[in-house]
Ligand binder design. Sequence first.
Ligand SMILES: NC(=O)c1ccc[n+]([C@@H]2O[C@H](COP(=O)([O-])OP(=O)(O)OC[C@H]3O[C@@H](n4cnc5c(N)ncnc54)[C@H](OP(=O)(O)O)[C@@H]3O)[C@@H](O)[C@H]2O)c1
Length: 343
Amino acid sequence: MNVEVGVLGATGNVGQRFVQLLEDHPWFELSAVTASESSAGKPYREAANWRLPVEMPEEARDIQVESTDVSSISDDVEIVFSALPSSVAQDVEPEFAEEGFFVASNAGWARMDDDVPLVIPEVNPDHLHLLEVQEDERSWNGGLVKNPNCSAITMTPTLAGLQSHGLSEVTVATLQAVSGAGYDGVTSMEIIDNVLPYIGKEEGKMETEPRKILGEFTGAEVEEADVDISATCNRVATVDGHLENIWCGFTDAVDAGGAEEAMESLESLDLPSAPEEPVVVRPEPDRPQPRLDRDAGEGMTITAGRVRDDGSGVKYSCLSHNTIRGAAGASLLNAELIARDHL
Ligand SMILES: NC(=O)c1ccc[n+]([C@@H]2O[C@H](COP(=O)([O-])OP(=O)(O)OC[C@H]3O[C@@H](n4cnc5c(N)ncnc54)[C@H](OP(=O)(O)O)[C@@H]3O)[C@@H](O)[C@H]2O)c1
């Protein structure tokens, strides 16, 4: 398989991750990058203030950055990854989808729209059939698929396993890394020696997106899972890796051992970016930790730990790399599923 792909918003935090993860991809070839008007016209090596601790891929260095406009991308490109701010994405992504591109998007807008698949490939791959509903309802020649918000994606695969025990209630408190806010999102004066106990719109996303992802696709729509979720979100002074503390209630009896087994039961997929183990439960009393666990499975494995009985429920912690599993890697995995099953 050889599919030409582009990255919209390629110079930003998540855009750079896309460019990194696409290096030597076995199916996808990066042939277009876009950004704002101030970056357009420059070679990628000049436009992107490269901030990842690996070299910029050779194949990306000389690609000219285009403005984020559907007319600036060649028809040979089949999939575009979107790392645009949501306010920009909501105008631009429909234009790309209408023109025939598959858009694998990180941006928040439209995640909860009835005909937009919100997918974690190991959890709800069948929701991609919403693309057929989308095709009927919108006059698009391509399609739009979303991955969840970075904190929702961290806990949802662990919750997917726990559904087999009648998961009914989730309370979660997050400790989220600064990269989740974008490069200019939080200043050092705000975050050093501090914790910010509020992240705009984040709690609402955590309380709604998992219900859609864990829901059942009926053939025409997704019936949301009947799980009550209550979230509190905090920004902390880590660079990458969102850590979450979670308390779960169930309709069935479950203990910590049963919960660990259920979380680890999520199966891996045979796709290039799929980790061997989507969820790993660590036995040590002081894991997961951002610095030690965010790169598990090349940033695609979710690490859980501290699974304990809690009255009639269980409590635990989990962590994922927010710009890989929580953003660029998530979109890439969605696109691999689309390329394999839907192109
Ligand atoms: N960071 C995370 O962990 C994370 C996780 C999940 C989802 N997301 C979502 O992913 C998206 C990108 O986040 P980020 O952290 O990468 O943001 P970012 O670092 O601020 O990057 C934004 C990108 O969009 C481009 N852009 C900005 N305004 C534009 C405009 N008017 N027209 C065209 N391009 C424009 C920028 O280009 P210039 O360089 O030219 O300005 C840059 O390439 C957001 O929707 C965010 O919510 C982020």
